[in-house]
Design a protein around this ligand. Structure first.
Ligand code: ADP
Ligand code: MG
Length: 340
């Protein structure tokens, strides 16, 4: 079975002087992701201090949310079938936020899907197609609302078959935490790239908007460019993490909670543009699961964000709020702008 996985570690610090603002750029690996923080500050010292604070905070979050680090809180819950006592505030916040998003997206976003996702070999990388019977057994323990109804009480027991995975929201949450650190440090211009989850702070130091490329799933490079200010730009797609069986059938890492199978919908990728990283991250996964038609309808009911859909049919569909900020760089079959 073919697998596409990333795994490299690199650490470097670059500082450049540009019109009274010093650029500091630092890359590191955390949350199984290559991350880069680029920021502008009044001195190298200030920039490096902010980068270090971000790195430390992300390491701290990983220590809470990781499904594979034995010392993490999520690992503790998954293996002991009870909530820690005390509950760390970050964990409680994420459970509450996830509960809200689970309900809002009618279960398309479901952090309790982990036993199913692992059965297919994601996280262990021992990929396989499980039997329908096995998938259905595991699905019986993925009702996140049942768990939420119990009120997240510290030390309380959970369903023996239930396990959590915040993989679809963790990087967005980490970006929000990084923004708080940057604000506290008085930094007004920065760009975070957490493995394709982009978060911009303010504008570029010269006053222009940040130009963010949306990945081309078919040829590589950028499929369109987006100009933004103080926004998260988060993309979910099936083209980077997947495995293929002997017949070349592709199984991606985003799952349909209804049937416990990797999504096979009509979308190639979903990009969400909004101020909060965790909202963008959650919604990019959820709208991908929903598929084109439902995603567009869902947005019409919940239009407090913008979206870009790339369909498998090479169509570009985006919300009207992006109209003056998007530049297609690809010969799409059709381009559709969705108004409320
Ligand atoms: P990425 O992490 O690659 O940027 P996503 O944010 O879309 O992509 O998150 C995908 C991850 O979330 C998967 O690797 C898996 O751990 C988890 N996941 C997969 N399907 C779902 C789902 N329907 N709801 C919640 N989490 C999911
Ligand atoms: Mg996500």
């Amino acid at each position: 079975m073919k697998k596409i996985v990333f795994g490299f570690s690199l650490l470097f610090v670059v500082s450049l002087i540009s019109c009274r603002q010093t650029k500091t750029s630092e890359s590191f690996t955390a949350m199984n992701t290559f991350m880069t923080v680029s920021l502008y500050s009044s001195s190298v010292k200030k920039g490096e201090a902010a980068c270090n604070q971000i790195k430390n905070r992300i390491a701290e979050l990983e220590g809470i949310l990781s499904t594979t680090l034995p010392a993490s809180d999520v690992y503790y819950i998954n293996h002991n079938k009870k909530l820690p006592d005390p509950m760390k505030p970050e964990l409680l916040e994420l459970f509450k936020f996830s509960s809200e998003m689970y309900n809002k997206t009618y279960g398309a976003f479901n952090p309790a899907l982990y036993p199913v996702i692992r059965e297919w070999g994601f996280t262990t990388e021992e990929y396989k197609v499980p039997s329908e019977q096995r998938i259905n057994e595991l699905l019986l323990h993925t009702d996140f609302s049942v768990f939420c109804d119990s009120g997240f009480m510290a030390g309380s027991k959970i369903d023996e078959g239930m396990e959590f995975d915040f993989g679809a929201v963790g990087k967005g949450y980490a970006a929000d935490e990084a923004v708080i650190i940057l604000e506290k440090n008085g930094i007004k211009s920065a760009l975070l790239d957490f493995g394709g989850n982009i978060q911009t702070i303010g504008k570029k130091p010269d006053g222009s908007l940040w130009r963010v490329g949306i990945k081309n799933p078919w040829t590589g490079g950028a499929v369109c460019a987006l100009s933004v200010e103080s926004k998260a730009v988060v993309t979910s797609g099936g083209y980077e993490r997947f495995f293929e069986d002997e017949n070349g059938k592709r199984y991606i890492h985003i799952f349909d909670p209804k049937n416990g199978h990797p999504c096979e919908g009509d979308l190639e990728s979903v990009t969400i543009v909004t101020s909060s990283g965790k909202n963008a991250d959650t919604l990019s996964t959820a709208l991908f699961v929903m598929g084109k038609e439902t995603a567009v309808e869902w947005w019409k009911q919940n239009p407090e964000f913008d979206f870009i859909l790339l369909t498998k049919n090479h169509e570009l569909i985006y919300s009207a709020g992006l109209e003056n900020f998007i530049e297609p760089l690809y010969q799409f079959k059709t381009v559709e702008i969705v108004h409320r």
